[in-house]
Design a protein around this ligand. Structure first.
Ligand code: PLP
Length: 229
């Protein structure tokens, strides 16, 4: 578990990020209310999430199903308006758990998973909104559909399988300027008639907002530096 900033620190960080989102949006003539801040709480404990909730944050992101299962069912009972996003890779054998727990699944990245999600949503009668993850940098080690395959994959997910696809998501290569990747994701979403754009993290969310992000995923700038076992 990572050591989180204290509650006052989390509240101050959240206020700062919200201000910066608003400023970035206004600079390009966007209303700030169009941008959803997803607070990425992976590796941080329930106390850190509680501190963010107390500061008015209701949307959270986790990258592992098991970790989210350990933290969020209890938080949800106390905070029914909490919204939980899966932002990390989803194995097909965890699909049932993911559909049961998450409100949004941002990492739909292959046909096998899309089919498993469609089947599971029909079985559970629960329909988490979906984002298709695009590997904009075409990095071999990274999840996501290639830009060239994105339109056909969105058609499969949305039109054939009936998944509630809301937008596209990307994680640009760490060693490249992110803006071209954000621009590419926006173009691809436009081609597919999708309005949701999940892009931008602690280091680059302002650039993402200026290029049209509807969802920014911010972790360390809110909760502090992560440590992994
Ligand atoms: C961890 C993570 C983030 C948040 O990263 P920070 O740099 O801490 O803001 C955003 N998106 C994904 C997919 C992540 O795994």
């Amino acid at each position: 578990m990572s050591e989180a900033a204290d509650a006052a620190g989390v509240a101050a960080n959240l206020a700062d990020i919200r201000r910066r989102i608003e400023r970035a949006a206004l600079e390009v003539g966007r209303p700030a209310g169009q941008v959803t801040l997803v607070a990425v709480s992976k590796t941080f404990g329930i106390g850190a999430v509680e501190a963010a909730l107390a500061a008015g944050q209701t949307v959270f992101g986790e990258n592992r199903v098991q970790e989210a299962q350990a933290k969020f069912p209890e938080l949800r009972r106390r905070h029914p308006d909490l919204e939980l996003h899966l932002i990390g890779p989803l194995q097909s054998n965890k699909t049932a758990d993911a559909v049961a727990l998450f409100d949004v699944i941002q990492s739909v990245d292959r046909e096998k998973l899309a089919r498993a999600l469609a089947k599971e949503m029909a079985r559970q009668g629960r329909r988490p909104r979906c984002f298709v993850q695009v590997n904009t940098g075409e990095e071999p080690q990274k999840a996501g559909i290639t830009p060239a395959e994105a339109a056909a994959f969105v058609r499969l997910c949305r039109d054939e399988l009936g998944l509630p696809v809301e937008g596209l998501m990307c994680i640009p290569p760490v060693d490249e300027a992110p803006a071209p990747h954000f621009g590419l994701l926006r173009r691809l979403a436009g081609d597919c008639g999708l309005t949701g754009l999940s892009m931008g993290m602690s280091a680059d969310f302002e650039a993402a907002v200026q290029l049209g992000a509807t969802h920014v995923r911010v972790g360390s700038a809110i909760f502090g530096r992560r440590s992994y076992p």
